[in-house]
Design a protein around this ligand. Sequence first.
Ligand code: MV4
Length: 497
Amino acid sequence: MFKKILIANRGEIAVRIIKACKELGITSVAIYSDADITSLHARMADEAYHIGSPLVSESYLNQSKIIDLALSIGADAIHPGYGFFSENASFIEAVEKSGIAFIGPSSNSVRMMGSKTAARTLMSKNGVPIVPGSLEAITNVDDAIAFSEKIGFPVLLKASAGGGGKGMRKVSSKEEFKSAFESTKREALKSFANDEVYIEKFIEKPKHIEVQIIADKHGNYRHIFERECSIQRRHQKIIEEAPSPFVDKSTRARITSAAIKAAKACNYFNAGTIEFLMDQNKQFYFLEMNTRIQVEHPVTELISGIDLVREQILIASGSKISFDQDDIEINGYAIECRIYAEDPENNFLPSTGKLLQYKEPNGIGVRVDSGFAAGSEISIYYDPMIAKLICWDNNKSNAINRMRRALSEFQIAGVTINNRFLSFILNEGNFKAGNYDINFIDNMNYNSLKSESQNNNKDENEIAAVVIAALIKSNTKAEAKVGKANNLNKWRDQNYE
Ligand code: MV4
């Protein structure tokens, strides 16, 4: 078993991994940039090392600095969390060569899934349904137009190296094709340094459903059911659920078995997710595989009772999966809301500043995964997600009621958060009835949210902010003095309660 794990990440996922390490009796090591001196992960880890400036290239994405540090402090494993280096095959390869264990899949599996066309070919060979379209990059526009007419417009042009919504263009007729093809290619080259583009049939009004899998290094594969991730805005998921309201028993049997086939096809081990689009006839199609732990993993944990991060660590150290497929079942319903420091009433403008007040909801069936505490600074440098609120109850309706209660209990001053926007979505009849697809937020009318907010608790928050600001003024002065990286321990000793 590992003795010391370096966490090459920040924020709530770093804290989540620290918690798993503590439970396993493993020494946790945090790295932090200048912008994260006030963050929870640096405070909570057994050891914390300053890694560089706020720029990710000089801190969380500085490959040699991170690997050298891990070697010098005697870490026997690195957990990448999500984002940053988690799906970077060259980083994983460098870790593999260093003799340090990587808590995730092999660099080979990650590389195989990195090319969308290669992944589609591999999937179709292994009996996983893929979206109808081309298996190879388009080299000849006339052939591509003929092919599109055969599968039928509209089609979607996608970058082979893309993912997460970048480098896609819908084409509705052959007249549009050539110019759309050229601009998608240009965009792909700019974003991914790779201009390969291929074609898929455009799926109308799909749901986004993904299956959690885990596999060990002994050839054992398990699925841990599906998650519903259709509630998104600009490719940013904001509400996730498990199980999916659209997946009945027989569809679940089919989609989870396809996910296991996908994992086997790339010799996968550790935790992974297979993303699917599901059309209005409950046909599903492989979209991509995420070769990492995901933001929304807690909803799966709450309905299954499996600690996914613990399993990741155990699997990386060579253990077998601790349960059989038949040992697990879906228990109740879980919803996750991503709490962003942003203003939904001002075009979702990111909101930065110090958390003058920060109080989380709690109670039965309520979990909060966060990387910040009162006094923490939310900077412009990283993702504006400050917490995840995850609620469990015996069914969807009760889970929604619990979530809306918990959302209203978040007390944050200093930055604007999206909790009322989230609550508004959860209260929509079509959300409650399970009548939605990936376009739900785009099609939603939230003018009533704006008018409703004229007389809500915004004023209360502002008054609270002033009071709290006065209370912690002396601490703030102290912090200005300790606001240097080498003084983290002073910060750790501050008590803001
Ligand atoms: C699609 C699609 C419709 N048809 N592919 C967006 C992210 C990328 N991973 C794949 N995406 C899509 N691919 C076909 N053939 C619609 C989307 C899509 C989407 C998918 C999942 C979640 C949110 C989305 C938002 C817009 C478009």
